[in-house]
Design a protein around this ligand. Structure first.
Ligand code: UTP
Length: 296
């Protein structure tokens, strides 16, 4: 069984500057909760209850969010807002969260290396702290089921349009069943004509503990950082490694445009906002349409 998850959240988030200068992108809100809370809830849905968050510089807000705030709880009690009080207490009681600091931002591969002492010799899940996945069955739960069948490392992939492959890590794989591939290679941000597929790595993984051995052998790569994809490439040459096209949709919050779209989509899913947001979108579209017509 997979009982432990590692959530890397120490990256610098340069794609989201200036906002990420002094605050973590993993705390960016999706409607009224920070991104990383959705990530943790996904792990809990899959019965994982031991979480290790890799944090770093300017990431204190993450620890504070999952800690108790007696002052705030007292204020809510005095105001008689018991519903909100319950929600705030629930967040602090979510699960057993451990933290370790990545001392320098030396890449996602380096961040995962910090988990070795914690996961020890068990297989473990990795969920990127800046990616939310909406799915009926949690994405990491879908991977765990396959891990139980094959006993090998596995990562989630999603189909992306061919003109967007240059933004992602793209897999080359041998199809062995519906939506399941044996990993042969990975290419980081390929040009459309060099991409071996349109299946992009989606920020969810199950690793056997020998990933640490390969991380140690991985030299610095792109951006002078230890890249997780480079370690996976090395590992896939020696051990069976699978890729699964999961059922669901991934949202990359580290990308400004996707962050904005995600908020609209999630707000439309909420009964308390849906009608107002729809009305607002309709009115805004009409206004823009009229402005375009007036210019013609
Ligand atoms: P990204 O690939 O988005 O890198 O990280 P980044 O540095 O955070 O952001 P940009 O590209 O500069 O905008 C994917 C995940 O890996 C974590 C991030 O926090 C994010 O959740 N990460 C990345 C680390 O924990 N440490 C690192 O050194 C790099």
């Amino acid at each position: 069984m997979i009982k432990k998850a590692v959530i890397p959240a120490a990256g610098s988030g340069t794609r989201f500057l200036p906002l990420t200068k002094a605050q973590p992108k993993e705390m960016l809100p999706i409607v009224d909760s920070p991104t990383i809370q959705y990530v943790i809830e996904e792990a809990l849905q899959a019965q994982i209850n031991d979480l290790l968050i890799i944090t770093g510089r300017s990431k204190r807000a993450i620890e504070d969010h999952f800690d108790r705030s007696f002052e705030l709880e007292q204020q809510l009690k005095e105001k008689g807002d018991l519903k909100l009080l319950e929600r705030i207490q629930q967040i602090a009681n979510l699960t057993n969260i451990h933290y370790i600091r990545q001392k320098e931002q030396k890449g996602l591969g380096d961040a995962i290396s910090y988990a070795e002492q914690h996961v020890y010799q068990e297989p473990f899940a990795v969920l990127l702290g800046d990616s939310v996945i909406s799915a009926e069955e949690s994405c990491i739960g879908q991977l765990i089921k396959l891990y139980q069948r094959f006993g090998a490392s596995i990562l989630a992939v999603e189909e992306v349009p061919p003109d967007k492959v240059h933004r992602y890590g793209i897999i080359k794989g041998q199809k062995i069943a519906d939506d399941l591939y044996l990993l042969e290679d990975l290419i980081e941000k390929p040009k459309p004509n060099e991409a071996p597929s349109n299946l992009a790595i989606a920020g969810r993984y199950i690793f056997t503990p020998n990933i640490f051995e390969f991380l140690k052998k991985t030299p610095k790569g792109k951006g002078d950082e230890i890249q997780l994809t480079d370690a996976i490439k090395l590992m896939a040459k020696k051990h069976a490694f699978y890729a699964f096209k999961f059922k669901g949709k991934r949202y990359d919050i580290g990308n400004k445009l996707e962050f904005l779209k995600t908020n609209i989509e999630f707000a439309l899913d909420r009964a308390d906002f849906r009608d107002e947001i729809l009305k607002f979108l309709q009115e805004t579209l009409d206004k823009h349409q009229k402005a375009v017509e007036n210019r013609q």
